[in-house]
Design a protein around this ligand. Structure first.
Ligand code: AMP
Ligand code: ZN
Length: 459
């Protein structure tokens, strides 16, 4: 079976044929580093990690290049830096915020079992490439300078008689309608409301770099140009897959396509545009004001990262997810079972029944159903789970962590179990039942077998 992926641009699922099977290239928009990542941010991380693993399985580890950027220049970062480190010069405060947030992000996504991408470029290290693209856009008549800003003109793009895609094609919006529906209070330096910023002047104290297009004042890039520059630098002007959350289709990805295609005179930027659906919590939109805003860090305090990972993959990536406590509990039970059956066995080969649904646009719910069907073949289950980023621990580590998290004293449990064994030996079933109940109240489940009594933390 071949890999088929859904493309947001063409709105269909079609066979994935890499431009170069020896160098399969994927770009995914990464975090803006100013605060702890929330569980919604974990969705693209996990979804595209599964795709990365699948592509490596299909084309070989050395033949897949996955780029996920770090946006380290942004108004939100500046605001956070000024708020958290009022005594420091802004540039120093910004460095503190981006370094610390970047570290937290890595610790979080490592715990979720996500492989590090091949390259994690930082926006501030690609200002030169951004300036170069902007120069090309100005020279080509797609962008103009006004009041020390450089603005991109979607109208100029759609007026060009060439191979270029239409502005609005990715997000299925009509430029005319966008213009007609635009607010009246547009920034004075814009010719049209739909023009967007490629470069803007920096305020005093803000990060700033020499400007392109003959602008004397120092400035800084807009958000969209960052990804065009980093993708170009690391993957070339045309590559296989571009991904991110569904909220990025417009304006971010629409603008990336516009910048890259107009600068390099080409009809497409990526062959497949992939977008994950949104995550909501207990049927509500996650937001700070609703008080249901959950960071990855908060969840990791209560659940192993693999539980969060499995819980995410129970839903196909394009559908919305409703993140619930009940579902998390079920995911934890499933992983307990898989760890018991497969963690300590020699992995065999990943099962075809697990891979096949993945080839169908990452149908992870069917993959998980197939994993349930593999309980009788521990070797295949182990290999399949490893391929998907599970079983990073031994069965003992997994159980030990559960005990630690539950605060149960293992020595005390062992003592009660031997008391119960003694009671049973003298046929004092009243006492042995009492001890069983006492253990249950502590959150311990026991199992009697020929070999004796074993126990585990009940979920
Ligand atoms: P941001 O840092 O806001 O640019 O988001 C980083 C990534 O997380 C982007 O790919 C977003 O589309 C994605 N994202 C943000 N919120 C959610 C959510 N609630 N559900 C799914 N993906 C999200
Ligand atoms: Zn981006």
């Amino acid at each position: 079976m071949e890999l088929r992926l859904y493309d947001t641009l063409t709105k269909d699922k079609r066979p994935f044929v890499p431009l170069d099977p020896k160098n399969v290239r994927m770009y995914v928009c990464g975090p803006t580093v100013y605060d702890f990542a929330h569980i919604g941010n974990a969705r693209p991380v996990i979804v595209f990690d599964v795709l990365f693993r699948l592509l490596r399985h299909l084309y070989g580890e050395a033949h897949v290049k996955y780029v996920r950027n770090i946006t380290d220049v942004d108004d939100k970062i500046n605001d956070r830096a000024a708020r958290d480190f009022p005594g420091l010069p802004l540039n120093e405060a910004i460095r503190k915020v981006t370094e610390e947030t970047g570290r937290q992000f890595h610790a979080d996504v490592d715990a979720l079992g996500a492989l590090r991408p091949s390259i994690e470029p930082r926006a501030t290290e690609h200002i030169g490439e951004m300036r170069e693209i902007i120069e090309k856009l100005v020279a080509g008549g797609f962008a103009y300078v006004a009041e020390d800003h450089v603005l991109f003109s979607p109208q100029a793009m759609n007026a060009a008689n060439s191979e270029l895609p239409r502005y609005g094609a990715l997000s299925k919006r009509s430029l005319d309608e966008m213009i007609a529906g635009a607010r009246v209070d547009i920034a004075p330096y814009k010719r049209e409301a739909t023009d967007f910023v490629l470069w803007k002047p920096s305020k005093p104290g803000e990060p700033s770099w020499p400007s392109p297009a003959g602008i004397k004042a120092q400035g800084r890039p807009g958000w969209h140009i960052e990804c065009s520059a980093m993708a170009w630098k690391h993957l070339g002007t045309h590559f296989d897959i571009h991904g991110g959350g569904i909220d990025l289709v417009f304006p971010h990805h629409e603008n990336e396509v516009a910048q890259t295609c107009c600068a390099f005179h080409q009809s497409r930027m990526a062959n497949f545009w992939m977008h994950n659906g949104f995550l909501q919590v207990e049927s509500e939109k996650m937001s700070k004001s609703l008080g249901n805003f959950i960071t990855i860090r908060d969840l990791l305090a209560d659940w192993p990262g693999e539980v969060l990972r499995l819980n995410m993959l129970k839903t196909q990536y394009r559908s919305p997810i409703d993140w619930t406590m009940k579902s998390l509990e079920e995911s934890a039970k499933t992983l307990d079972d898989w760890y018991r059956v497969a963690a300590d066995v020699e992995p065999g080969k990943p099962a075809a029944s697990v891979i096949e649904p993945l080839l169908d646009d990452l149908n992870t719910p069917l993959t998980i159903a197939a994993l349930h069907g593999l309980r009788g073949d521990a070797g295949a289950l182990a290999a399949s789970l490893r391929l998907l980023g599970f079983l990073s621990e031994s069965a003992a580590q997994w159980e030990g962590r559960k005990q630690q998290a539950s605060g149960i004293d293992a020595k005390e449990v062992e003592r009660l179990i031997s008391e119960r064994t003694a009671a049973r030996a003298r046929k004092d079933f009243k006492e042995s039942d009492r001890i069983r109940d006492q253990l249950a109240a502590m959150g311990v489940a026991i199992k009697d077998s020929k070999e004796g009594t074993s126990w585990e933390v009940a979920r």
